[in-house]
Design a protein around this ligand. Sequence first.
Ligand code: T1G
Length: 701
Amino acid sequence: CTRYVLVKNTSVRQGIVDAVQRALKDPKVTSVVICGQNGKFCGGADIREFAGPMSGPPLVPMIHAIEAVDKPVAAAIEGVALGGGLELALGCHYRIAHSKAVLGLPEVTLGLLPGAGGSQRLPRLIGLTAALDLITTGRHVSAAEALKLGILDQVTDNNAVDLAVEFVRSVAGQPLDSRRLSTLPCPCPPDVDSLLDKVMSKVRQRSRGALAPVACVQALRAAASLPYAQGMEKERELMATLFNSGQARALQYAFFSQRVVGKWSLPSGASWDNSTARTISKAAVIGLGTMGRGIVVALALTGISVVAVETQEKQLAEASRVVPAMLQREAGRRRLATPPGVISFSSNLQDVSEVELVIEAVFEDMSLKLQVFKHLASVCRPGTLLCSNTSGLDIDQLAAVTQSPGLVVGMHFFAPAHVMKLLEVVYGPRSSPEAVATAMQLGKRMGKVGVAVGNCPGFVGNRMLKPYLEQANFLLEEGATPQQVDEALEEFGFPMGVFRMSDLSGLDVGWRIRKEAGLTGPGVESTRTRQGRRYSPLPDQMCEAGRLGQKTGKGWYQYDGPGGRVARSDPWVDIFLETYRAEHGLVARSITPEEILERCLYALINEGFNILQDAVAAGPEDIDAIYVFGYGWPRHRGGPMFHAGQVGLGRILERLNHHHSHPDVPHLKPSTLLRRLVAAGSPPVQKWREFINKERVHSQL
Ligand SMILES: C[C@H](O)[C@H](C)C(=O)SCCNC(=O)CCNC(=O)[C@H](O)C(C)(C)COP(=O)([O-])OP(=O)([O-])OC[C@H]1O[C@@H](n2cnc3c(N)ncnc32)[C@H](O)[C@@H]1OP(=O)([O-])[O-]
């Protein structure tokens, strides 16, 4: 028996072909074990190879060659068997794994489908129903689940390679026909067509407009209805369609962006690889409203002990009841490796004197936050990191009231804080690299996608949201309905349009921010130009009419009472808009979905370019990760900045100029950076960082 250690990408394929050939020719070899290196079987194809021509032997015939071998071949799976890695294992006659191994066919998350026979072999092994679940979701399964499903033959806590060697020796000489998956029928339920139709409508609904999940179902339909060879032809056709699609490129960009943002850097030169993070074991959360409770749970899930402080007795009593249940539910769902941290509840800020990090999550009111930070500065021991969950207020102003401004950063969570993956880590000019590194590391421990961003009103996500919402409101003034705007955005791929989203989060959230900014409220003149910019008072008037969204049963839509979830159009809103337009002499015009997307999305993208220009985000990947993980941007479109590259920067610039030139559609003045990139020939999004850094060096010279 010969062990062949393999590594990923072209050299893997060549190595396997050579090894199998040698094994076949060598009469002393009775059986073969294929294993990985350094405790990792194979993570699948090298995604970086997709951009260029594939070299080396193709995967499909290589796996067929293995399956056809007349000596038993076992895959010894440690670490991961994902994508092409699992497809390789499915071509083997047996599969043995370590109990900690993870398996899956995640191609759909990259805009692809299992293109090396996985869509045809897996359903023949575990049945159509189970294969539909794994392939259309791309989810990973543990070794235990894989054993239960029938993917694995044995699982061990000991050395999987040794067990595979012993096992495959024991079956040497036995017939292999029943082990060659491509020769087996595909086990299907009696109502196979209705199952496939049901799954097809589910995947279409789950990620609207995404191509890969639909193709996965089509490939599995082929597995269920065609002979293997024809099924493989169908898989090849579908893969060819997906491989060069914009969605595949967008999803592969999103895969790498999620990792790029972890390699953060600050304008000061501090970065992930030259800064030291402090490991936190005791933390505190101040303010136990919805966000504070979620943050307490997110921290405790990492094993950190948490002091949860709320000065309002009623709020504290409710949190003391609700939070443990939230923690128990979430801990059960995640099968934690370490037990959750202990949570203690208190109404006394003095009780945070021994913690290493505090996250303030009180009401979004600067005077209140300043009070809390002043108090914390006097209570906490020196060296304690003080973080704020503010969604856009000035971090540096908070830092200024403490003795150690270097230890103040923003940790902006997104509701629900224990579920949403995005975390904006906001550094002020005085934030130390240690504070940023510690917050980023803590975010990673919480399973978040942490993005380091600069301190400005709204930081990155909410700063871009502002012009996006403005344009949506302007479109209502000009003749659109909330349904039309939402439908255009949902057709683009957002799970919820902007007005449905406002109803969900509550119209009063934005109203409070605009009042805090002096844009509306008692004593502010109700004109359509405020602070020098066109302003739409529509949302304010909705709030003044008590229409706050789902919480009041009425907002841009109507619901079955307060807390209702099902949005229905409301004639009251149509009359409200008609009356408003008449009052202001506005004549409604018909507005196309294309204009809605241009006005909303290009306004958002343009602000993204301004953010890059201001160095508030280090690169387009940071902005795209923020929008994919925090704002529902469809992942199969990569993110706003990636999308801009796909539309064409010249086109974006031309449309912004077109709309900006219209006297009644201001604020779409193209960003200088956008203009510079177009003038430089519109480099691909992966090159923008270089361009920005080079520009910055020139501008400082
Ligand atoms: C024919 C076939 O049908 C089709 C066509 C395919 O097979 S398509 C491909 C299918 N395979 C996948 O989808 C697996 C994708 N990878 C993962 O899920 C995870 O990586 C991991 C395996 C579970 C490990 O997680 P990790 O947390 O320990 O490390 P990491 O931080 O994620 O990754 C560590 C480093 O490795 C890089 N990396 C990981 N997987 C990669 C891949 N498949 N290709 C290229 N680079 C990869 C990653 O960018 C990072 O780089 P850098 O930032 O260090 O420069």
